[in-house]
Design a protein around this ligand. Structure first.
Ligand code: SAH
Ligand code: SF4
Ligand code: F3S
Length: 444
């Protein structure tokens, strides 16, 4: 392995989803093993990596504007190496090197498994590397002792890619086809996270329900994998994201009552409430099926929190279609929602559809939807005042002075307690509630 002088520093800017957070942790450990140390800011770095997202136009613009800001640093320090990794890097490939002379590295998410090679080339002064092969298997984590110490929660990717090709979505084009990781690698990674002090693991995949691994004469599907992880000593909480409504099996619903540390929360994106739009999106379920699954979840685990993703202004979405989305939101009463305006992605089939919705209409639908959701979220949060919630204590809150943790339903709670309680589960009596957080007092 090629070791840098101790003074070489790296800075990683992460955009996008938890997959990118996970990949940035992978890159950081690889760099630490290569003799780099973390820089407190981009100004102090010798290597800057921008881990990008291209799911909508907005994160793409964010990546370009961050790159623009980094360019001025290169004027002052010509030895600075700047790389773009992740989904936008995959999407644009060599075009990025042509457009941005300051850029040295362009590496897609599936190429991370070969990032050591890229680093060796860069360290050998062969600048300007592009790597965007999509057929590679997900990497095994690189270990760096103590990397996770001090962290109570961590992500663990169990699969890469997606085969669903929803008509609006770029993800299958930039993350490649679905590949599951061997269950033994996943268990080993969970074991090492727990040994470093992690107490809550979120399993990641674009569609975790499709997890499948065959080995030792057995087949592991997602509920079976969850069952094994649920038995690991020292793991206080297990979560997963994202599951696709079309594949939400009874077996998975049963897992919530069967597995002791699986949190009573599911993120189940519905995207639209109109069957006509769902069909155009290629989602593979109707609003009736979605509502049935929600009912089945609530019957099996009454306190389950349900969160979701939704978009407005899909091509051809009428006022009536949009009303059906609002109606579904009212019927389900989601704990919280991630809501987006439809954004054309080059290469997807929705991009070629007629009936594009004008920007001001999308904006006003998004506002109406978010106003409705705010009302619902506040009401659900206020209903928790006076109740005792089991909270995993995570660390000092961002504002300072308080400690923060999350309920099983994934709501943030702030309170005062001793730092020595970080990493433990405690009962908290909820005293106040707002749209985004709760406040309480330790009660045990
Ligand atoms: N695999 C997950 C979604 C990953 S992308 C799933 O199937 O649910 C995260 C969210 O971004 C999606 O749920 C969707 O709501 C949103 N999204 C994806 N493509 C989009 C686009 N072209 N325009 C607007 N929002 C989009
Ligand atoms: Fe995109 Fe659909 Fe795959 Fe989710 S399931 S990543 S929305 S194609
Ligand atoms: Fe995630 Fe964005 Fe890629 S949402 S999978 S980082 S396109």
């Amino acid at each position: 392995m090629n070791h840098r002088s101790l003074s070489a520093k790296f800075y990683i800017k992460t955009m996008g989803c938890q997959m990118n957070d996970y990949d940035s942790d992978y890159l950081a450990r690889l760099l630490l093993n290569n003799g780099y140390s973390p820089a407190g800011s981009p100004e102090q770095a010798d290597l800057i990596l921008i881990n990008t997202c291209t799911v909508r136009a907005k994160p793409e613009q964010k990546a370009y504007s961050f790159l623009g800001r980094m360019s001025s640093l290169k004027e002052r320090n010509p030895d600075l190496i700047i790389g773009m990794v992740g989904c936008l890097a995959q999407m644009k490939g060599p075009e990025l090197l042509r457009r941005f002379p300051v850029l040295d590295i362009v590496v897609g998410p599936r190429e991370l498994v070969r990032f050591q090679r890229v680093l060796d080339k860069v360290q050998g002064k062969s600048r300007r590397v592009v790597a965007t092969c999509l057929d590679l298997r997900p990497p095994n984590p690189v270990s760096f002792r103590g990397y996770f110490s001090g962290r109570v929660t961590a992500n663990l990717s169990i699969m890469q890619g997606c085969n669903n090709f929803c008509s609006y979505c770029i993800v299958p084009h930039v993350r490649g086809r679905e590949v599951s990781r061997p269950h033994r690698e996943i268990l080993a990674e969970a074991g090492s996270l727990i040994r470093e002090g992690v107490r809550e693991i979120t399993l990641l995949g674009q569609n975790v329900n499709s997890y499948r691994w065959q080995g030792d004469g057995k087949t592991w599907d997602f509920p079976r994998l969850l069952g094994e992880l649920g038995e690991m000593g020292g793991l206080l909480r297990l979560r997963f994201t994202t599951s696709h409504p079309k594949d939400l099996s009874e077996d998975l619903i049963d897992s919530f009552s069967r597995i002791r540390n699986l949190c009573a929360h599911i993120h189940l994106p519905f995207q639209a409430g109109s069957n006509r739009i769902l069909k155009l999106m290629g989602r593979g379920y109707t609003r009736e099926i979605y509502l049935e699954r929600v009912q089945a979840l609530r019957k099996s685990i009454p306190p389950i929190a349900i969160t979701s993703d939704v978009m407005v202004g899909f091509p051809g979405e009428s006022e009536r279609d949009f009303e059906l989305t609002l109606d579904l939101i009212r019927r389900v009463g989601f704990d919280s929602l991630f809501s987006f305006k439809y954004s054309d992605r080059v290469g997807t089939s929705a991009e070629k559809m007629g009936g594009k919705v004008p920007e001001p209409v999308k904006a006003s639908r998004l506002k109406a939807l978010q106003d409705l959701q705010k009302e619902i979220s506040i009401k659900l949060n206020k209903a928790l005042v006076g109740t005792l919630q089991q909270v995993l204590i995570e660390g000092p809150s961002k504002k300072g002075g308080e400690i923060t943790g999350r309920t099983e339903s994934n709501k943030v709670v702030n309170f005062i307690c001793d730092q020595s309680m970080i990493g433990q589960l405690h009962k908290v009596l909820i005293k106040h509630a707002s749209l985004n957080s709760l406040w309480g007092e330790i009660a045990d």
